[in-house]
Design a protein around this ligand. Structure first.
Ligand code: ZN
Ligand code: ZN
Length: 229
């Protein structure tokens, strides 16, 4: 319940209408993103289902510092002691808990409705400390190797991640995949967002997961390339 296997040692967790990704490697767990507030219990249940203890969650890595990706972070850190990682541009937002940078709604109908109903840059999240900044093209030595790709546009400090070579792309909010591959709800800078979408579409990966919507479980990079043609 609330925990879907994506590939060997990777699970998608639904933390409200936002996904987090749990990776297992060599007895250690890594979580990417922390959902809406009040969802730490879902993460702790998932850890228990894997036969692990809360302190086995060693790393908490963020795609970006929006309320729907950091909401339960402070509670998860309290429960697990996990070390936190984020791009330097977004780290001050996590450490203040907001307000967040303004975005404008993307053009699609679903995006415009979602933007009006869920996006509030003045929302206040519980602040938490970022232990380590992540740079573009850095490979973090955790979860067997997590390669960061800076993908601004939706959010200036956003990162996508390639896990264990080409096996899995963690796309953050560069795209959503709710009713098919589509734009996020909004952009800080749309032109930059398009460049980031093309940057991801130029990579090779088998599977992809998103901050919002369904995972793509095969030939994912081909789907990205068709979308950006
Ligand atoms: Zn976002
Ligand atoms: Zn999001």
């Amino acid at each position: 319940m609330g925990m879907n296997k994506i590939t060997e040692n990777a699970w998608l967790l639904a933390l409200g209408n936002a996904n987090a990704i749990l990776l297992q490697h060599g007895g250690e767990l890594t979580l990417i993103d922390a959902g809406f507030p009040g969802k730490a219990g879902v993460v702790l249940d998932a850890i228990a289902q894997l036969g692990k203890r809360p302190t086995d969650l060693k790393h908490l890595v963020f795609t970006h510092s929006h309320p729907d990706h950091i909401g339960s972070a402070a509670a998860i850190v309290r429960a697990t002691g996990a070390r936190t990682y984020m791009h330097a541009v977004d780290a001050p937002l996590a450490e203040s808990g907001g307000p967040f940078r303004p975005m404008t709604a993307a053009r699609g109908l679903v995006q415009r409705i979602a933007f009006r109903t869920v996006w509030d840059p003045n929302e206040q999240m519980e602040p938490f400390k970022i232990d380590q900044h992540i740079a573009d093209a850095e490979t973090l030595p955790l979860a067997g190797g997590l390669h960061a790709i800076h993908v601004p546009g939706h959010d200036a400090g956003q990162l996508a991640f390639l896990w264990q070579g080409s096996r899995l792309l963690i796309a953050g909010d560069v795209f959503t995949n709710i009713f098919g591959l589509a734009d996020p709800i909004g952009f800080e800078d749309e032109a930059e967002g398009r460049r980031s979408q093309r940057k991801l579409a130029a990579l090779q990966f088998d599977r992809a997961v998103f901050g919002h919507g369904n995972a793509i479980l095969s030939k994912a990079s081909e789907r990205f390339r068709r979308k950006m043609r």
